[in-house]
Design a protein around this ligand. Structure first.
Ligand code: UT7
Length: 345
């Protein structure tokens, strides 16, 4: 018996065929800076050890951008690689969305700076700020523009130079973060599937768990703000950890429910790469097996908005993801924010 239009609208896979539009990811790319900072290097900077960092987080090393290398440089390099995979020229791009908490400067947006660098003259451009959840927020926004027939080709970038807001004297945070960028080209491709659904969530009541107090309208840069170390990120790690597990589990389950999928049908799960223990706890709660997971945090640490974008690119280029595979992305970050997405590759 054929399903009614109302029923078909409930299932994203059917919905997109019904509308005659899809939001396919036709190219991915990533870029990380050359400089490697190992746990052994950090042992010389703060009172920590490779053993502590590895056992508590899973991180072994992270990349650090050069002094004259900015978020827009990292993002532009990742974008060019995604455009090459998609076979898309700069002139074809309708919209650039950059997810970041470390823009080159408060304004103009890093998206505009990347537009200039890649010569995407036709594109509209803006930044979005959803911390580590930004890439999935970006995918969902891109999808809305594509499905509504506003745009055909959208470039979504997650890019961060977290080393610029890291307090290198605070062992609680400086061992966790790294720099890098990932990008995706999203296009209407009626013959394929692509992004099936994206879930976004936020809870501003928990804004104080992870934040950077200085540099905004509440506490503009001053000698006092610099002396008080207000231009560095601050985090309540333990509380953030607990919330991350719960929020990613809920978002992942909601995204699977919308697609009428069971976790066992997912070929590749790409979680936010913040902490191996968070990833294992979420996988356990979801009933996922370890071989469904894609994890690369040992090489890059937590790169915030770039995290799942870099991992998606690596999973595709290494052959871990094959055409037709179902992929689950799940993220969590400051705000608090969270999200999940299901992609049919
Ligand atoms: O991207 C978005 C969100 N961010 C996250 O998802 C991060 C979430 N949180 C975490 O990943 C973990 O909470 C951390 C890795 C940050 C910390 O792990 P933890 O198991 O929660 O450790 P803790 O904060 O409870 O600290 C345990 C001990 C403390 O010592 P005392 O008070 O027990 O004597 C810390 O001072 O470990 C100490 N410690 C360290 N020791 C060596 C904290 N950082 C370090 C360090 N090296 N780098």
């Amino acid at each position: 018996m054929s399903s009614s239009p109302a029923q078909r609208f409930k299932n994203p896979r059917a919905r997109y065929n019904f509308l005659g539009r899809t939001c396919s990811i036709t190219g991915v790319g990533s870029y990380v800076p050359a400089k490697v900072l190992t746990n052994a290097d950090l042992e010389k900077m703060v009172d920590t050890s490779d053993e502590w960092i590895t056992s508590r987080t899973g991180i072994k090393e992270r990349r650090i951008a050069a002094e004259n290398e900015f978020t827009s440089d990292l993002g532009a390099n990742a974008a060019l690689r995604a455009m090459k995979m998609a076979g898309v020229s700069a002139e074809q791009i309708d919209l650039i969305i950059v997810a970041t908490i470390t823009p080159d400067m408060p304004f103009p947006s890093t998206a505009c700076l990347i537009q200039r660098k890649i010569r995407a003259k036709r594109a509209a451009a803006f930044d979005l700020e959803a911390a580590c959840s930004g890439f999935i927020y970006g995918l969902e926004i891109a999808q809305q523009f594509i499905m509504s027939r506003t745009y055909d080709t959208v470039l979504v970038i997650g890019a961060e130079k977290l080393s610029s807001i890291t307090n290198w004297k605070d062992r609680n945070t400086c061992v966790l973060f790294g720099d890098g960028a990932g990008a995706a080209i999203l296009q209407n491709r009626p013959e394929s599937h692509g992004l099936l659904t994206a879930v976004m969530g936020a809870n501003g009541d928990e804004a104080d768990l992870l934040f950077m107090p200085g540099g905004g309208s509440r506490c503009p840069a001053s000698a006092k703000s610099v002396d008080s170390r207000m231009h560095y990120l601050q985090m309540n790690g333990k509380e953030t950890f607990k919330y991350a597990v719960q929020a990613m589990q809920t978002a992942a389950q909601e995204s699977l429910r919308r697609c009428e999928l069971d976790i066992s049908q997912i070929q590749c799960i790409i979680p936010h790469q913040a902490n191996r223990r968070i990833i294992d706890a979420v996988a356990d709660r979801l009933g996922a097996s370890p071989d469904q997971l894609f994890v690369n945090l040992e090489k890059y640490g937590n790169t915030s908005a770039a995290s799942v974008a870099i991992a998606l690119d690596e999973a595709v280029r290494s052959g871990r993801i094959q055409r037709g595979d179902l992929i689950l992305l799940m993220v969590f970050g400051a705000g608090l924010t969270w999200g999940a997405a299901v992609i049919e590759w």
